[in-house]
Design a protein around this ligand. Structure first.
Ligand code: GTP
Ligand code: MG
Length: 352
């Protein structure tokens, strides 16, 4: 409501209104920075500058048309074509250098993997601080993939729980198979995987097989149920697991709360470093689908203008340049129809 009013009263332009929506949805500090850039009107400024350049060429061509009977040349066809091409290049750079706004909004995902009964659902609940997933001592309790949003110090991500990953067995029930398949698909798509291994058990062959299918790059090894071992056994087991999985591990217990804070910190730093590319992206302008469409359409008109100019059709070239100018103006506020407005402002929720 307030953003819409600010826009309608001409206090902010459309790309700035979209930046407000982005700040509401932003998942981490980098996304926020990029949105703030947009809010500062950097996209509008760049577009305004480019529009001015279009206007400059257009006025030269039109002046030539006005004085076509006289022997004055304001701009030669080669020079005009070159100017138009330079403008096209600037727009292409804007598109290539822009970060995809939609990509920025997607939260990174972290999955809990492991064998059945490893303590995945308990860990999901402990990390989220709510009883999101059913916990029981029966194997294969969790069937569906379910998730929650994990709010960390530096970033935000989705955390999901799923069925245990296991080897396909000839006699496994259909429901078990479907659950394992859904889990495998979800884990495959995750940015980071918390591989949960039960500290209290002795045979880790299945766990090792699972870790191989996931691939070391995305895994963080989490030892669960530490409260079931005394300190000495726990130490011994830690060394054994670190060797077995060739990895550092976080020791946790959802009963005592041990390691939950460290695990949150680990997820936070991993996800932040994963999205580190976004840090340099913060220098770039966030460009959403609407902006990209406008820029691409402007480029098309400019190409047509350059083509016509080269053919000596100055009048038609001027017409295309005018269209390019008008389309690009759509980035801000001129000639925007209701439908576009509705779409932009429907992204806002009541109360925000
Ligand atoms: N002592 C102890 N028991 C735990 C801990 N975490 C989980 N458990 C128990 O381990 C059992 C399995 O826990 P779940 O969280 O349901 O395990 P899961 O990996 O989600 O199991 P599935 O959904 O069946 O694959 C339950 O009986 C839990 O109470 C822990 O930190 N300490
Ligand atoms: Mg479970």
């Amino acid at each position: 409501e307030f953003t819409l009013r600010a826009y309608l009263n001409g206090r902010i332009d459309l790309s700035q209104a979209e930046a407000v929506a982005e700040i509401v949805a932003g998942g981490n500090a980098f996304q926020l920075q990029a949105a703030q850039k947009l809010l500062a009107g950097k996209l509008s400024q760049t577009a305004a500058q480019i529009r001015q350049e279009i206007l400059d060429v257009l006025s030269l061509i039109e002046a030539g048309l006005d004085f076509s009977t006289e022997d004055i040349t304001f701009v030669g066809p080669d020079e005009a074509t070159e100017k138009i091409e330079r403008i096209t290049e600037a727009l292409e750079t804007l598109l290539a250098g822009g970060i995809r706004y939609e990509e920025m909004i997607d939260l990174p995902s972290v999955g809990l993997a492991g064998t059945s009964n490893a303590g995945k659902s308990s860990l999901l609940n402990a990390l989220l601080g709510q009883e999101r997933s059913i916990v029981s001592d029966q194997k294969a309790t969790t069937r569906d993939v379910l998730c929650g949003v994990l709010e960390l110090e530096k970033c935000r991500c989705t955390l999901f729980d799923c069925a245990g990953l296991k080897r396909a067995e000839a006699d496994s029930a259909l429901l078990d198979e479907l659950a394992a398949q859904a889990a495998a698909e979800a884990i495959n798509a995750a940015n980071m995987v918390l591989l949960c291994v039960d500290m209290a058990k002795t045979d880790y062959s299945e766990d090792i097989e699972i870790s191989r299918t996931i691939g070391a790059g995305r895994i963080a090894l989490v030892a669960t149920k530490a409260d079931l071992l005394d300190e000495q056994d726990s130490k011994r087991k830690q060394t054994q697991l670190a060797e077995l999985f060739d990895s550092q591990l976080v020791v946790t217990s959802t009963r005592s709360g041990r390691g939950i804070g460290s695990l949150r910190a680990l997820i936070d730093s991993r996800i932040v470093s994963l999205t580190a590319g976004a840090a340099e992206a913060a220098d770039r302008i966030a460009v959403n689908q609407r902006h990209r469409k406008i820029v691409a359409e402007t480029i098309e008109h400019l190409d047509d203008a350059a083509g016509q100019m080269a053919l000596g059709n100055d009048e038609i070239a001027a017409m295309f340049l005018r269209s390019a100018y008008e389309v690009l103006a759509g980035l801000e506020k001129e000639d925007i129809d209701e439908a576009v407005l509705d779409r932009i402002f429907s992204n806002f929720c009541i109360g925000k």
